[in-house]
Write a protein that binds this ligand. Structure first.
Ligand code: NAD
Ligand code: UFG
Length: 336
C-alpha cells in the first residue's frame, strides 16, 4: 500500500513515517520544510533501513501536488502538513487559514481528481475549546478559541461535506491531545524553530542549558496544585494510532472522529518533577501570569479509539521524559 504523507518531515509526521515503514507501507512524503528539515527523513531511513520518497512541495502549489498524484498510484493520504502555533495564528489569521485550509482544499481536490478517497487528518483537541467537564468524549461541543483551532475545525467540516457528497470517502479525523517524547534511538524528535511555545520542548531546553528558566503560566487554576493539567501522549503511541486508523478506513467509509490521548492528566509542576528525575538536571522555573486562552484542565476519554481502532496509549510519563531528554541531550541544537 502506498501512502502519501503530507508534513511527513515534521515532528509527528517523521515518527509516523518510521512506524509506516516498519509496517511495510511504501511512503511518499511532501513537505515544504517551513517548520522542519529534510535531515529528519534521512534519519527515519537510517533507523528503519528502508527508503521513502521525499518531495519538497508546498500544498499551496496545486500543479506540484497534481504531478505527485499523476506519477504515483497513491492508495491513501495521511495529512499532517499545517501551521500549529496558536499565538502566531492570532497575529496572522489569514496566513493560517490560507496555509491550513487552502492547503487542505488543494490536497482534497487532487485526491478527488485521482480517485484517492482514504484520508487520515491531524486535527486537535483544541477544537473542543474550554470543555464543560473532563474527560472529553468525541461528541462534546466544539468551540475553538483561536484561528489555528478554527482552521482545524474548518477542515474537519470540509471532510464531512466531502463524504456527504460522495460516500466512497473514508476519513479519520484524529484529535490529538498533547504529543511529547521522541523515538528511543534519540535520532528523531521535536525540533521547534525559535522559542518553543509548548511545555515539553521548553523544559527540555531549560534542562539542556539552552534557556535559563521556565515560566509556569499560572498557579491559580482550579487544579490540585494550581497549574494547568493536560493529557500528554507519547508521539510513538500517537503514530501507531495513525496506522490503526488507516487499517480501519479500508473497511469503513464515512468520517470518523477519534480522540488520541491517554485519558489521564498531569499538571505543569508534575511534568517539571518527572523531567528533572529523567534528566538528572534541575529545571528552574518561576510562576508567571496565566497565558491568555489557556484552560485549566484538558484530558481525553480515548474509549472510542480503544473500541473501534483497537488502540490505546501504552507509554508512561517516565518514558516520555526519558525519550524527550535523550533526543534533546543528543541533539542540543536539534537537527543542525
Ligand atoms: P510540525 O510543524 O513539526 O509538522 C508539520 C509539517 O508540515 C512541517 O514539516 C511543515 O514544514 C509542514 N508544512 C506546513 N505547511 C505546509 C504546506 N503548506 N505545505 C507543505 N508542508 C507544510 O508539527 P507537528 O507537531 O508534527 O504537527 C503535525 C500536525 O498535527 C499539524 O497539522 C498540527 O496542527 C497537528 N497537531 C499537532 C499538535 C502538537 O501539539 N504537536 C497537537 C494537535 C494537532
Ligand atoms: N505551559 C507553561 N509554560 C510554558 C509552556 C506551557 O506553563 O512555557 C503550560 C500551559 O499553560 C499549559 C501546559 O503547560 O498548562 C501545556 O501547554 P502547551 O503549550 O504545551 O500545550 P497546550 O495544551 O496549550 O496546547 C497543545 C498544542 C495545541 C494543541 C493542544 C491539544 O499547542 O496546538 O495541545 O490539546 F491543540
Amino acid at each position: 500500500m502506498k501512502v502519501l504523507v503530507t508534513g511527513g518531515a515534521g515532528y509527528i509526521g517523521s515518527h509516523t513515517c518510521l512506524e509506516l515503514l516498519g509496517a511495510g507501507y511504501e511512503i511518499i512524503v511532501v513537505d515544504n520544510l517551513c517548520n522542519s528539515r529534510e535531515e529528519s527523513m534521512k534519519r527515519v531511513q537510517e533507523i528503519t533501513g528502508k527508503k521513502l520518497i521525499f518531495h519538497k512541495i508546498d500544498l499551496l502549489d496545486e500543479q506540484g501536488l497534481d504531478n505527485i498524484f499523476k506519477e504515483s498510484s497513491i492508495d491513501a493520504v495521511i495529512h499532517f502538513a499545517g501551521l500549529k502555533a496558536v499565538g502566531e495564528s492570532v497575529a496572522m489569521p489569514l496566513h493560517y487559514y490560507h496555509n491550513n485550509v487552502t492547503g487542505s482544499l488543494n490536497l482534497c481536490a487532487a485526491m478527488l481528481k485521482y480517485g484517492v478517497t482514504k484520508l487520515v487528518f491531524s486535527s486537535s483537541a483544541t477544537v473542543y475549546g474550554d470543555p464543560h467537564t473532563v474527560p472529553i468524549t468525541e461528541d462534546f461541543p466544539v468551540s475553538p478559541t483561536n484561528p489555528y483551532g478554527r482552521s482545524k475545525l474548518m477542515v474537519e467540516e470540509i471532510c464531512r461535506d466531502l463524504y456527504a457528497a460522495d460516500s466512497s470517502w473514508s476519513i479519520a479525523l484524529l484529535r490529538y491531545f498533547n504529543p511529547v517524547g521522541a523515538h528511543q534511538s534519540g535520532r528523531i524528535g521535536e525540533d521547534p524553530n525559535d522559542i518553543p511555545n509548548n511545555l515539553f520542548p521548553f523544559i527540555s531546553q531549560v534542562a539542556v542549558g539552552r534557556r535559563a528558566e521556565l515560566a509556569v503560566f499560572g498557579d491559580d487554576y482550579p487544579t490540585y496544585d494550581g497549574t494547568g493539567v493536560r493529557d500528554y501522549i507519547h508521539v510513538l503511541d500517537l503514530a501507531i494510532g495513525h496506522l490503526k486508523a488507516l487499517e480501519r478506513l479500508d473497511e469503513h467509509s464515512g468520517t470518523h472522529i477519534y480522540n488520541l490521548g491517554t485519558g489521564r492528566g498531569y499538571s505543569v509542576l508534575e511534568i517539571v518533577k518527572a523531567f528533572e528525575k529523567a534528566s538528572g538536571k534541575q529545571v528552574r522555573y518561576q510562576i508567571a501570569p496565566r497565558r491568555p486562552g489557556d484552560i485549566a484542565t484538558c484530558y481525553a476519554d480515548p474509549a472510542k479509539a480503544g473500541q473501534e481502532l483497537n488502540w490505546s496509549a501504552k507509554i508512561e510519563l517516565k518514558q516520555m521524559c526519558d525519550d524527550a531528554w535523550r533526543w534533546q541531550s543528543n541533539n542540543p541544537k536539534g537537527y543542525i
